[in-house]
Design a protein around this ligand. Structure first.
Ligand code: TMP
Length: 208
């Protein structure tokens, strides 16, 4: 049986990686074959493009978008689709919704351009379910600061000011209204166990 494609979206610092790992552990405990991946990245080409994007902090929006969709097509063709055919549940940390929010709203690339590229590269393929983790900006900023301290890393590419973070949060919230057939908003505040239980409670939508 074909697997499911689940994606996680949201601003930086909302706790996606932790929840993705916990959800994968939960699914594996149910004997569901599960693989975690991410965008940009996931496969060999995608990871090379990720490194390129991370090293070019001030790329023009269209250049960034073209690189992201090249990475996305490679990720889809080489990794996601074959795994789904083998029956795996694939969980991706970000997918094309991130392009709609980051390149569309922050870099002013038109939604038509983004959707045209989406059609060219992955056609009608869509996630089966997308979790948008939503957290107030002061909490997500605090998590990013803690992470930077922990890893002694400062990533220009991921660096956003408060206004940009507000635009990103609002953008994802709007997408949940537009794509309500496949997207759910998850309150990412509280303990990690509590957030996971909110996510797990939405898995029933997969069989609707
Ligand atoms: P990550 O650190 O959450 O993996 O994401 C890397 C950065 O890439 C994050 O700031 C969001 C950004 N990004 C885009 O701008 N557009 C996209 O399409 C994707 C997938 C990520």
């Amino acid at each position: 049986m074909r697997g499911k494609f689940l994606t996680f979206e949201g601003a930086d610092g909302v706790g996606k990686s932790t929840q993705i790992q916990m959800l994968a552990d939960y699914l594996k405990s149910l004997n569901i074959k599960t693989k975690i991946t991410r965008e940009p990245g996931g496969d060999v080409v995608g990871e090379k493009i990720r490194a390129l994007l991370k090293s070019c902090a001030s790329l023009d929006g269209i250049c960034e978008l073209l690189l992201l969709f090249a990475a996305r097509r490679s990720h889809y063709v080489d990794l996601i689709e074959p795994l789904l055919r083998e029956g795996y549940w694939v969980i991706s940390d970000r997918f094309y919704d991130s392009s709609l929010v980051y390149q569309g709203l922050l870099k002013n690339v038109s939604i038509e351009t983004i959707m045209q590229l989406k059609q060219i590269t992955i056609g009608d393929f869509e996630p089966d379910l997308t979790f948008v983790l939503d957290l107030d900006i002061s909490s997500s900023t605090q998590r990013i600061a803690n992470r930077s301290l922990q890893f002694d890393a400062y990533d220009e590419y991921d660096r956003m000011d408060a206004e940009e973070q507000r635009v990103i949060r609002e953008g994802f919230r709007r997408l949940v209204d537009i794509f309500s057939w496949r997207m759910v908003l998850i309150n990412a505040a509280g303990s990690r166990e509590k957030v996971l239980s909110r996510i797990v409670s939405k898995l029933s939508r997969l069989s609707e």
